[in-house]
Design a protein around this ligand. Structure first.
Ligand SMILES: C[S@@+](CC[C@H](N)C(=O)[O-])C[C@H]1O[C@@H](n2cnc3c(N)ncnc32)[C@H](O)[C@@H]1O
Length: 303
């Protein structure tokens, strides 16, 4: 506990936060820009990698030291790294289909652990953007398993997980229309770090259509509900989509599917991604949004 820090409320069994920290968390729009750190140069090969500090912020609200966090779509391990830098560290289990991302996570952890002759990385002090004092790095309780979430989750015990934090594939994968190609040489807004495409049919992004994507997500959400302890929370990071000339309210659609399997929607935190590149999708004829926010759906297993 940091010197001078107040004690958590004695009735608080959810987390280890003070009253002020609790209130700060509950604001529904998040605008903090997180630095590139913790192996970002390698992790950015995955176009949807999440900042470990963003994940740590969720983890510290919805769990306590030593508890188990699950990420069924772990990518290059933003959630696991978030658990490793949480004050104090949580255990974390990730599942990721694509062996490329698992290999990057493992390399990042190895290299970070070797920094400063084995003392590990030093994280920058972000002041009010990341209140709570210094962070350390302890990935010893974190494991990333390669495989299909729809196969591996059913093997986990009922009510064995304290918190689920994940960002699933956002939608059915479409070819990129506004990024890459020759224009990327000269125009920054045509460049992309987006590389999530796999040819594996088990990849939810390769679902035949949006309906099948939602159905498969509903199956995953049913498993999430089963493995979560009663009263435990799940946070789903979801980006809405604009495809085939219309807007898809993916966040709202997934909240509906979650609700149908008994995960009660409790909130929608909006994470503003300030660095989003603006692309001239509809210009000069029609409105097409540059989506610069993601939904963090807060769901609860009411038990
Ligand atoms: C939006 S990304 C997650 C990124 C992650 N939060 C990070 O920090 O790197 C979604 C991930 O889900 C994976 N995925 C897709 N279908 C899957 C499945 N059936 N089982 C497990 N992982 C899957 C994709 O390979 C992709 O890496």
């Amino acid at each position: 506990m940091t010197a001078g820090r107040r004690e958590p409320h004695p009735a608080n069994t959810l987390n280890e936060l003070t009253g002020e920290e609790w209130l700060y968390f509950t604001k529904s729009v998040w605008t903090t820009a997180y630095p590139s750190e913790l192996g970002h140069a390698l992790r950015k090969g995955h176009g949807a990698n999440k900042p470990p500090r963003l994940m740590a912020r969720l983890i510290k609200f919805f769990s306590r030291t030593g508890e188990l966090v699950l990420d069924p779509f772990a990518g290059v391990g933003g959630t696991l790294l978030g658990a490793a830098i949480a004050r104090g560290p949580r255990r974390a289990l990730g599942v990721e289909l694509d062996p490329r991302w698992v290999a990057i996570y493992e390399r990042v952890v190895r290299e970070l652990a070797d920094e400063r002759d084995g003392a590990g990385p030093v994280l920058a002090d972000l002041g009010t953007a990341d209140p709570g004092g210094a962070r350390s790095f302890d990935p010893s309780g974190c494991e990333l398993r390669q495989g299909d979430a729809l196969v591996l989750l059913p093997a986990l015990a009922d009510e064995s997980v304290d918190f689920v934090a994940t960002d699933p594939p956002y939608n059915v994968q479409l070819p990129l229309t506004m990024a890459g190609g020759p224009l990327a040489e000269t125009h920054a807004n045509r460049r992309t770090d987006y590389a999530m495409v796999s040819s594996d049919p088990a990849d939810l992004a390769n679902s035949a259509d949006y309906g099948e994507f939602l159905d498969r997500m509903a199956t995953v959400l049913g498993q999430v509900r089963r493995v979560l302890r009663p009263g435990g929370y799940a946070c789903l990071i979801v980006r809405d989509a604009y495809q085939d000339g219309r807007y898809f309210f993916t966040g709202a659609d997934l909240a509906g599917r979650a609700s149908a399997v008994g995960l009660v929607p409790k909130g929608d935190l909006i994470w503003y991604q300030a660095g989003t590149r603006l692309r001239p999708y509809g210009y000069p004829k029609s409105f097409v949004p540059n989506i610069a926010h993601q939904h963090i759906l807060v769901l609860r297993n009411q038990g």
